[in-house]
Design a protein around this ligand. Structure first.
Ligand code: SF4
Length: 485
């Protein structure tokens, strides 16, 4: 029996696993953790196994895709599980094992993968940046605190680098911290509690970050003092350690290969940050906290008064469907029947949606169906309640509820039906007639599809128009099942 501790590093585990495979070590002979206590006698990886990992057998891409995400799971048994799968593929003759979802090992790994993906989406949706200052060059500095259950910081934060390229930010978590300065995305160890409200803790965290990015091979003291005159140093959290780092840098420089990361071209800033700020201005008590399950969101919705639409509606209509649905479908708002029954998509538009889903090969019961606006907006004509389109303010007011559902379900495919659903999650500038099909919005879901709302089809007078539009609608829905599996 041998003990190998990869920590939380997939790269470390992969290298060790390749060496173990090349040496023919079976899973039952490896303890994938540091041996202590009663197990302290177990040998660490012996030198004989430090054979070239290039002798390790090739591994199918399906396994690697699965392993990369499952490795971020907090379950300490993940390394043993992944090695057992790897062994069965390479030494057990089960080359296509990673594709067999009914196998207990694969099912467990996929569940881990799903939990990790779900949490990455939650992090993308619920990280809230707070501005803490500005650099000398005018770049704004933001910080955020997040508490992930799994080791997702390195997997989730490239999203923020792309999204918020033009500002400096740090995201602190107990499972690792990420820092972006416009050029480099750096990682430091986790911190126990939110340093953002504690100036001392925040400065300590920044000093750790500054140490991690300090590159003695690029040290030019004069240029540094020109860029950052000494009189400003007293205001910088890292000032205390600048002298020390400069002093220590001389001997280190010779040992170090300066690997300058290629600067990324900053992207134009979009309105996402503004949106986050807007969300943070909504009273916290009105917002379901991250990870709230759909049934709790449904309960909280009943008392929502964020816009006037609740006053004339019978009830709020929450989403309906499996909490872990692969596909989430978002319409505009409940109609007359939905308002009375409290269930989305049960009126005429819902029936047409059922037909289209069946034609596209999607089971309605397997999807999570909801609306951008949760209360029915209507005008009276005699005794009939006629649908009235929600305005932008109403859509925006209801957006936190939709984001809460999206975060909770964390679907692989998000289908937005109609302009109101598009306006809610994509912002202005996405009319369905111009942007139908797949939309690049990875912060919402791995695949996002924009298409017609079925009520639009119901309003088409010409049968030929209705038929051809229905075909386009089914075509769009099929995008949820024909790619990416
Ligand atoms: S429509 Fe949405 S935001 Fe407005 S009251 Fe209803 S649940 Fe609240």
């Amino acid at each position: 029996m041998h003990s190998i501790d990869p920590g939380n590093s997939f790269a470390t585990w992969r290298e060790a696993a390749r060496r173990m495979l090349a040496a023919g070590v079976p899973p039952q002979e490896i303890l994938w953790e540091k041996a202590d206590g009663l197990l302290a006698g177990i040998a660490e990886e012996p030198a004989i196994y430090h054979v070239s990992s290039s002798k390790a057998p090739a591994v199918p891409k399906a396994f690697l895709d699965l392993a990369v995400n499952a490795a971020c799971h907090a379950d300490p048994g993940r390394w043993a599980l992944l090695y057992r799968i790897l062994w069965r593929i390479t030494h057990g003759g089960e080359k296509r094992l990673a594709e067999i979802s009914t196998d207990p090992d694969i099912a467990r790994a996929r569940l881990m993968e799903k939990n990790v993906r779900r949490e990455i989406h939650k992090m993308h949706a619920f990280v809230r940046f707070r501005k803490t200052g500005e650099r000398e060059d005018g770049r704004e500095i933001f910080v955020a605190w997040f508490e992930p259950e799994h080791h997702i910081v390195e997997a989730a934060t490239p999203f923020f680098r792309k999204r918020f390229a033009n500002m400096d930010w740090s995201i602190f978590t107990p499972k690792g911290c990420a820092h972006w300065d416009g050029e480099t995305l750096a990682y430091t160890p986790g911190v126990e509690r939110d340093p953002c409200d504690d100036p001392d803790a925040l400065e300590a965290a920044w000093r750790t970050y500054y140490r991690s990015i300090f590159n003695p091979a690029r040290l030019k003291t004069k240029a540094m003092q020109t860029e950052m005159p000494r009189r400003y140093w007293k205001n910088l959290p890292e000032a205390e350690i600048i002298e020390e780092l400069i002093r220590d840098s001389r001997p280190r420089t010779g040992d170090m290969i300066a690997t300058t990361p290629r600067p990324l071209r900053p992207e134009p800033r979009n309105d996402y940050l503004a949106h986050l700020r807007q969300l943070s201005e909504i009273p916290a008590c009105s917002l379901p906290p991250p990870g709230t399950p759909p049934e709790e969101i449904a309960r909280l919705l009943k008392s929502c008064r964020l816009c006037p639409l609740w006053q004339r509606a019978t009830q709020a209509v929450p989403g309906r469907g499996p909490a872990d649905a692969r596909i989430m479908i978002v319409g505009e708002q409940p109609g007359d029947r939905e308002d009375l029954e409290g269930t989305p998509f049960v009126g005429p538009a819902g029936q047409l949606l059922d037909q289209a889903l069946a034609a596209a090969g999607i089971e309605r019961d397997q999807a999570y169906l909801t609306n951008a606006v949760k209360h029915f907006k209507w005008t009276a004509r005699g005794k009939v309640r006629l649908h009235a389109k929600p305005d932008a303010a109403e859509i925006d007011a209801c957006k936190p509820w939709l984001l809460a559902e999206l975060s909770s379900v964390a679907p692989e495919v998000l289908i937005l039906l109609g302009n109101s659903a598009g306006r809610s999650l994509l912002g202005e500038g996405y009319p369905v007639t111009r942007h139908r099909g797949i939309i690049d919005a990875p912060h919402l879901a791995p695949r996002v599809i924009l298409s017609y709302h079925p009520s639009y089809l119901l309003r088409l007078r010409e049968p030929a128009d209705r038929e051809s539009t229905f075909e386009q609608f089914v075509h769009d829905l099929r995008l949820a099942v024909v790619h990416g599996d």
